[in-house]
Design a protein around this ligand. Structure first.
Ligand code: FES
Length: 110
């Protein structure tokens, strides 16, 4: 398990995303409702940072063409994106938000 500290919980405003470099990955750490999510910070349609999009109801919207992504599954909820983006398991301990780099779908298994 590769839990890496991503940011402080207090840095995440309600219904917002923060772009964080975690290890070698660009991750959007997102607060929506009472949950914290982590999702690859790159739209699957083009190389646009998802962290700059609007957040709401467990979804994030790409600002360029408007595809929305489910923050739990990474699946696109509307065109033009058709491919999912990677999601990461998140742990919150006190004011620290950790991202599990081994929990992303493309992590090597051994
Ligand atoms: S770049 Fe994100 S929907 Fe087109």
């Amino acid at each position: 398990m590769a839990l890496v500290r991503a940011c402080a919980l207090r840095e995440l405003a309600a219904e917002s995303a923060l772009s964080v470099e975690v290890g070698r990955d660009d991750v959007a750490v997102v607060r929506s409702g009472d949950r914290i999510y982590a999702i690859a910070d790159e739209c699957s349609h083009a190389a646009i940072p998802l962290s700059e999009g609007d957040v709401g109801d467990g979804e994030i919207e790409c600002y360029l063409h408007g595809s929305r992504f489910d923050l739990t599954t990474g699946q696109p909820l509307g065109l033009p994106a058709t491919e999912p983006v990677a999601v990461y398991r998140v742990e919150v301990e006190g004011d620290d938000v950790y991202v599990d780099l081994d929990a992303r779908p493309d992590a090597p298994t051994n």
